[in-house]
Design a protein around this ligand. Structure first.
Ligand SMILES: [Zn+2]
Ligand SMILES: [Zn+2]
Length: 578
């Protein structure tokens, strides 16, 4: 019989507790190598009905099944590609294509469906996953749907669930999976020696320059990659030589090289030591592919070049060098590539990661929250003043790592109601936009007021309209200057001047001499200008304001409108609104 590790027990316990309360689809995040088969086995053991485990390719079906049976358990396979259509066992491993076409009777008695690599499941109703879940639910309206993945995000989509296991709101948009109920970080696996540590090797020689593809954080196609590579072909032999040098110097045993295109892969192969390298392409025949993989696993060849064919499910534990020569904007693909080198193997201490693309991603803890607002932004941790949740936001730090500013808008923390498993967000707003009609606080990107439904014009439209209008002026400030002035009655006021780099300026004034004026100053200036809005500093005199002016940030744009002879500032637009 099998023995569960502590974290596997926890994952199972969380799953049972969750499905006792609700039937909303849920996700468990386990890194590659965390032993998801055991979690499935334990869930199957306690499940009253049958369990269906779905995967998108037959290789994965076969591998999951094999692993499962290695624990002395029995399960069936339903996959046309594997020439097996078994349907009588309690646990069935199936490929989604075959199961989607299975006959009615196949769908009887299942109480749990487990979807492997579940980051592929979208919201669309016409997908095969949606069809299969519909059929299963028709037979059993209490069906539990559990997703498993090591990489719970998808390109262009972001997080695949709404709420994390710690109660963090990861996505506001509709998601197929509502909650993540268990998440095991990769660090845990490495620290506890279940996986080999990856070691990023700084490459002194040379590197492709793909920066033109990634400017502004946009995504790119392999066609564009090909065009860039064409211009930098001469670098390939140098890069390959570097891979070989490192491999030989450090006595590495298995090297996987990920190339960008078929042509690129062939160029790489030409420069590798003869007889020690092979290539696997998408079109490589299955028998041939199996033979090459076997030779590689038996260490008859040292280098294996591939064009992202060997990312999912490929398993050669001795791999101790991963060389990345293909840029990707997909974090999950990047992590899958690295994952190929983290399996334990006798005598293996670490796995070198050689990245020649300059387009690197975080191996450990990706925070694919929002787009980076500025190129120099880094992730900072900001505790919520209302609920204490540690939010990960984009922000700015100084040379010592002190947080200067952050771009977070709403607290992502919250609590889960233990009776319904429903999540109640904290809702604290660090930044907000005030409804001009009813003064309600709205998210900076809201299009309609949450209270009175008034249309809220977004920043882009405001800018566009202002630029087209003769009576409006848009200034891109370069400097902000604060000073104390006196009016003709001798009352002092604060003047704020915004200069652009041609030294043109717009200014606004604030009185701070009574409660109403202070309130106005708070709403119209402080709330939007504070670099750290969660610090609720009582700035009540002009002297205080001048003393603490380093706490203020500059707007990205200032819009003024003509009023009689003067230009009056009517709107200020800040980085997070753009
Ligand atoms: Zn909060
Ligand atoms: Zn309103």
């Amino acid at each position: 019989m099998y023995q569960l590790r502590d974290y596997q027990k926890q994952a199972v316990e969380n799953t049972l507790a969750y499905f006792r309360k609700t039937r909303d689809p849920a996700v468990i995040v386990l890194p590659t190598g965390a032993g998801k088969s055991l979690v499935i086995a334990e869930l199957a053991r306690v499940a009253r009905g049958r369990v269906l485990v779905l995967a998108h390719v037959k290789e994965l079906v076969e591998q999951n099944h094999k692993k499962y049976e290695s624990y002395g358990l029995e399960a069936g396979i339903y996959s046309a590609g594997l020439n097996k259509k078994e349907a009588h066992q309690k646990v069935i491993f199936g490929s989604i294509q075959s199961v989607a076409n299975a006959r009615e009777s196949f769908f009887e008695d299942f109480t749990l469906v487990v979807i492997d690599e579940c980051h592929r499941v979208g919201l669309e109703q016409e997908t095969q996953y949606a069809q299969v879940i519909k059929k299963l639910s028709q037979k059993n309206e209490n069906l539990c749907v559990l997703g498993l993945t090591a990489t719970p995000y998808r390109m262009g989509v972001g997080w695949i669930f709404n709420y994390s296991a710690e109660g963090e709101e990861r996505s506001k948009e509709a998601r197929f999976f509502k909650n993540c109920i268990y998440e095991l970080p990769l660090q845990y696996m490495i620290k506890n020696k279940y996986l080999t540590p990856p070691v990023r090797v700084d490459i002194p020689v040379t590197c492709y320059d793909f920066s033109e593809l990634t400017e502004g954080g946009r995504s790119f196609t392999m066609k564009e990659v090909e065009a860039v590579l064409k211009k930098q072909r001469r670098l390939t032999p140098l890069i390959v030589k570097n891979i070989v040098d490192i491999t030989e110097k450090y006595h590495r045993k298995g090297v996987m090289i990920f190339s960008s295109t078929v042509k690129h892969a062939q160029e790489i192969l030409e420069d590798l030591p003869e007889g020690e390298a092979k290539i696997i392409l998408g079109e490589t025949e299955e028998a041939e592919r199996d033979r090459i993989v076997r030779e590689f696993k038996e260490k008859k060849i040292k280098y294996l070049v591939n064009v992202s064919v060997l990312t999912t499910g490929f398993d050669a534990p001795h791999v101790d060098v991963i060389a990345i020569l293909r840029p990707t904007d997909s974090l999950s693909l990047y992590q899958q590539i690295i994952g190929r080198g983290l399996r334990l193997d006798p005598g293996k201490k670490d796995c070198f990661i050689l990245d020649y693309t300059g387009v690197t991603h975080d191996i450990y803890s990706p925070q694919i929250a929002d787009k980076k607002p500025t190129p120099e932004s880094v992730m900072v941790q900001i505790p919520c003043p209302k609920c204490g949740f540690e939010n990960n936001f984009w922000g700015k730090v100084d040379d010592e790592g002190n947080i200067l500013e952050h771009y977070g808008r709403t607290c992502r923390g919250g609590v889960r109601d233990p009776d319904t498993m429903n999540y109640k967000p904290c809702g604290y707003r660090f930044r907000f936009k005030i409804c001009p009609k009813c003064s309600a606080e709205n998210d900076v990107t809201a299009r309609h007021c949450i209270q009175c439904k008034e249309v809220l014009v977004d920043a882009d439209t405001k800018l566009k309209q202002a630029r087209l209008s003769k009576n409006a002026y848009v200034l891109k400030p370069d400097m902000i200057e604060l000073g104390e002035r006196r009016d003709k009655n001798g009352n002092s006021f604060l003047e704020v001047k915004y200069y652009d780099h041609d030294a043109k300026y717009l200014s606004e004034i604030h009185y701070l001499n009574n409660d109403t004026a202070l309130k106005k100053f708070n709403i119209n200036f402080l709330r939007s200008h504070m670099k750290r809005p969660e610090f609720n500093l009582p700035l009540e005199t002009i002297e205080d304001v001048l003393k603490y002016q380093w706490l203020f940030r500059m707007p990205s744009f200032v819009i003024a409108r003509k009023q009689g002879k003067f230009w009056r500032i009517t709107e200020k637009i800040f980085a997070e609104e753009l």
